[in-house]
Design a protein around this ligand. Sequence first.
Ligand SMILES: C[S@@+](CC[C@H](N)C(=O)[O-])C[C@H]1O[C@@H](n2cnc3c(N)ncnc32)[C@H](O)[C@@H]1O
Length: 495
Amino acid sequence: MTSWAHGYVADSPYTFAYQAAQAPGNLALICAMMGVDWQPTARMNVADIGCGRGYTVNTLAAANPGWTVLGLDYNPAHIAEAAALAEKARIDNATFVEADLAEMTDAEIDQIPELDVVSLHGVWTWVSDPVRAGIVRLLARRLKPGGLCYVGYNALPGFGGDMALQRLFRHLTALQPLGSSPEKARAVIPTIRALHASKPANLLPTGMLKRIAEDETELDASYLAHEFLTAHWRPVFFEDLCADLAPAKLDYVGSAGFHENVPDLIFSPEQRAIYETLPMGPAREFMKDLVLQRPFRRDVFVRGLRRTDPAVALDRLVLGACKTLPEKSPSIGVPVGSAELGPDLWEPIAAALREAPQSLGRLRSLTPDRNPNAAELLTVLAGAGFVLPVLRDVGPSEATQRFNRAVAETYWREGRRGGQYAMASPVTAAGLACTWMELAVACQIGDSGPEWPDAETIATRILPDISGEALEAAKGMVEELLSERPAIWRRFGII
Ligand SMILES: C[S@@+](CC[C@H](N)C(=O)[O-])C[C@H]1O[C@@H](n2cnc3c(N)ncnc32)[C@H](O)[C@@H]1O
């Protein structure tokens, strides 16, 4: 039934996940950091190529009525689900197209409007050469001069250690006569565990293998199937990706992972000395790939790079706290140890952000004697996930509220098992990452006017099938959310 799939997994849907790195507002932070002149505008055409179940597309469309957001995928089940969610939430600026990138003619590609932003998350290193060629043709023909392109992909050497694991998955699942791809992936895990325990020399104990073979909680079988069972699984070196994308005339901006752009946070003095001898471009990126733990690269490119002063661009960014800010600075793990802010920097910055969104320039001016580095400040605040860009000073919109409600209602069964959810926010022009439970609680509050129902009523409404101890536990979770989150939800125009 899936002979059209050309080796990619198509007998079961991919996970339903919001991918924050794709949000144009987040990409603009990276551009500012790297001194590249690019900002999202009120009217843009955005496309997600290989959009899966379309959650990111629908979130961006709901949060940005002035944008048209296109999701393209060849799996009709993905497209049907994405379009049904858009219809349920009455999001009319999201368009979903079922098309095989390997087979699209130039004339079909040219029916897509000229694009300001194109994202490809988890596609390039899972598909065949003809599909890759289709992607390059689409970028070359439809990405506007000055347009931005985000590519998230399995990278070498970081993912190289898992090449044997992928082959092992393929060989073992080929022995499974029956079942869907996720069922086959799940069925072979005991064998992989046994083999891992026997320590074969070339089945390297990578983070991924340990996660699969040692962790109590199983990885989502749909994820495993889509990750490992494709016939075309090929992690690539950054420079080989760049060579393949050359016809689209893309220039490299930087990594969507903030600290990966800051050599001071990556290299020891010895490594830094070698890095400095290398020319800018692929050689330096390769050196970073040797040092960083990054099996998955998230690269930002622009078609026609224009430089700007990063100091000015960074100071203009407006950031809002999207989590409760702790007493002590958040810390992010980096190759040279950890990156965090000392109390003299963190305390005034956190106090200001607790009050309202702030420009990075204002945050820096709070401690003039320290003159903090804007890129490092952004790296700690945004890299640790404590702030999001604030693009608009607005309240909740009907579109985002309808959409958030539609997601909470539609995915109540799947969402309770975990997953990457987000609340569409007109303020950050994208999603605010959350659990399904947070989303469901925020929708209950948003719907009920100034007088919120109590925690038990909310718990009973969102989880009508539980009682006893489970209901008590849910009530406790709702109480905790109500004590912490509403100020943040208000700040981001969710309620
Ligand atoms: C690993 S999934 C990533 C989905 C989504 N970008 C995400 O991150 O949630 C890869 C996606 O590429 C799509 N795909 C694979 N081959 C394709 C092709 N030839 N044309 C269009 N889409 C394709 C699959 O259907 C799948 O949705």
